[in-house]
Ligand binder design. Structure first.
Ligand SMILES: *C1O[C@H](CO)[C@@H](O)[C@H](O)[C@H]1NC(C)=O
Ligand SMILES: *[C@@H]1O[C@H](CO)[C@@H](O)[C@H](O)[C@H]1NC(C)=O
Ligand SMILES: *[C@@H]1O[C@H](CO)[C@@H](O)[C@H](O)[C@H]1NC(C)=O
Ligand SMILES: *[C@@H]1O[C@H](CO)[C@@H](O)[C@H](O)[C@H]1NC(C)=O
Ligand SMILES: *[C@@H]1O[C@H](CO)[C@@H](O)[C@H](O)[C@H]1NC(C)=O
Ligand SMILES: *[C@@H]1O[C@H](CO)[C@@H](O)[C@H](O)[C@H]1NC(C)=O
Ligand SMILES: *[C@@H]1O[C@H](CO)[C@@H](O)[C@H](O)[C@H]1NC(C)=O
Length: 437
């Protein structure tokens, strides 16, 4: 009775809703209204309910998250302190094609709750962290969602499962309305499924590739775009300005996009409203929207050339460091440490097995220390370690012992040098990309 009435109201509120069959109408507990919203695919129905009075979500006197003027006591029905949400997306032009996702779609990064003051919490509940998202989804029979995630929620080093775990463990555990005591029928970690489905359903109403394409902005290796056009189109599509981050040479390549929201009620079954950004874009006035699967220009190439990397007779290059968010932060110094200082030059030579490579810097051969697992290059190293690589569009993604995850304790700034460990056990998980110069 209740549900029927509400579905009717909500269907009426959904803008540009196509003719919808009854079965595709979301239940009252899965309603979600956004500007330009579309009805959800039935496979995105949320396996859980909040304990909130759903009428609160449409009550104009109930505040939006981050807009309350009095203290809100029920944080199961009001997102706080993380009340500003970001649905974050990647344009992984720079990743190995197999890990970059479809060439005609941006891919999902995650759903992040920021505080209302531009800061954010992370890893809020170690006891709720999971290492089995694939099993959880399989347990719930969500094989379609799993397939979808392997297409659209891509880790740029190929470790999709650990990327999803990272997103839930770091960000999902900080959403107050998603805590187990807030879920009416909490069971078998349906909080994880809810996080995933809410993220995907927001992503689906934010088809960045389509938004841009409709205005004639498509990936190109020959033409740059005014950044104001890109941001203008996306602002027109959602009513609010997103945050866009660029990377690559000259920081000119579109790479990441954050759409901002505030909420009424729970992330489980409340309302998401587009919101102003809490951070500014870092792109220059003119940007590349570079096609996936096409090598980026070499440093000497002119901006109109898309010529692939020239093969020099004497191979040498830098080892660039990418953080788990896909951002290029500094590179490896000649001693093998990570820093934001001037990059060292490395010379690759054939490894001891086919497909492997070794590196030497000005300090000497590079090897992984057998006792503590750190990377170092020094003249007293007699045997350089073998690394393997997968060919990326603009370099080689390095792996040691079959893992492309490396890690460090801190992201270095200024003159700080962070030791680099093999494997992803330290706080800052990074990937290393050899880039020929
Ligand atoms: C990485 O591997 C590819 C294919 O195995 C190879 O062509 C390329 O030269 C390698 N990169 C380096 C730096 O050796
Ligand atoms: C809004 O609610 C949160 C959560 O109760 C509280 O911490 C914050 O102080 C409130 N803001 C205002 C302006 O009262
Ligand atoms: C994506 O790849 C397909 C197949 O290679 C190609 O036909 C299509 O033009 C590409 N689309 C874009 C947007 O680059
Ligand atoms: C996943 O891991 C969690 C926490 O370790 C556990 O409670 C849950 O039973 C596991 N689920 C499945 C389907 O394996
Ligand atoms: C955004 O919409 C306004 C108003 O319709 C229009 O004038 C403007 O050209 C649009 N901007 C872009 C970049 O599409
Ligand atoms: C790792 O071991 C090497 C060789 O003993 C040492 O030089 C280096 O400082 C160690 N690094 C760390 C981070 O412990
Ligand atoms: C390589 O990985 C395996 C399994 O993960 C591990 O047992 C082994 O110690 C690693 N080898 C080195 C040299 O790190």
């Amino acid at each position: 009775m209740f549900a029927l009435t509400l579905s009717t109201i909500f269907s009426a509120l959904l803008l540009s809703a196509p003719n919808v069959e009854a079965s595709a109408v979301p239940s009252a507990h899965d309603r979600r209204i956004t500007i330009g919203g579309v009805l959800l695919d039935p496979s995105l129905l949320i396996p859980g309910r909040s304990k909130c009075n759903i009428l609160n979500d449409i009550n104009p006197f109930v505040p939006l998250s981050c807009h309350n003027t009095t203290v809100q006591n029920n944080l199961c029905c009001f997102n706080a302190p993380g009340g500003h949400f970001l649905q974050t997306q990647f344009w992984d032009y720079n990743s190995p094609v197999a890990f970059a996702g479809p060439n005609n779609s941006w891919t999902i990064h995650g759903l992040w709750p920021d505080r209302c003051d531009q800061t954010f919490d992370q890893f809020c509940a170690p006891e709720r962290e999971v290492q089995n998202i694939t099993q959880i989804l399989e347990f719930f029979g969500e094989n379609e969602i799993l397939d979808y995630m392997h297409t659209f929620w891509k880790d740029n080093t190929g470790n999709d499962e650990s990327f999803w775990e990272h997103e839930f463990n770091k960000h999902g555990t900080c959403i107050s309305t998603l805590e187990p005591q807030c879920i009416q029928n909490f069971n078998n970690r349906n909080d994880v499924v809810i996080y995933i489905k809410r993220t995907i359903s927001l992503f689906q109403i934010l088809p960045t590739f389509e938004f841009l394409k409709r205005k004639g902005i498509v990936p190109s290796a020959t033409q740059t775009y005014p950044f104001s056009d890109i941001i203008g189109v996306l602002k027109n599509a959602t009513g609010k300005t997103p945050t866009i981050n660029c990377n690559g040479r000259g920081n000119k390549f579109l790479n990441e996009l954050w759409y901002h929201f505030e909420t009424k009620g729970s992330v489980i079954d409340g309302i998401f409203t587009h919101a102003d950004a809490d951070s500014t874009s870092d792109c220059p006035d003119t940007v590349w929207y570079w096609p996936k699967g096409v090598p980026t220009p070499t440093p000497t190439a002119t901006t109109t050339s898309s010529a692939p990397t020239a093969t020099s007779t004497e191979d040498k290059g830098t080892i660039q460091v990418f953080t788990s968010s896909g951002t290029n932060v500094g590179c490896i110094l000649s001693k093998g440490t990570w820093s934001q200082q001037t990059c060292a030059t490395f010379r690759p030579t054939a490894g001891s097995v086919p497909g492997a490579i070794k590196f030497t810097s000005s300090k000497g051969p590079c090897a992984v220390d057998a006792t503590n697992g750190t990377l170092s290059c020094a003249s007293d190293i007699s045997v350089a370690s073998d690394f393997t690589n997968s060919t990326a569009t603009s370099g080689s993604l390095l792996a040691f012992n079959d893992s492309s995850s490396f890690s460090a304790d801190v992201v270095p700034t200024g003159s700080v040098q962070s030791p680099v460990f093999v494997g992803g056990d330290h706080t800052q998980v990074i990937t290393l990309v050899y880039t020929r110069v």
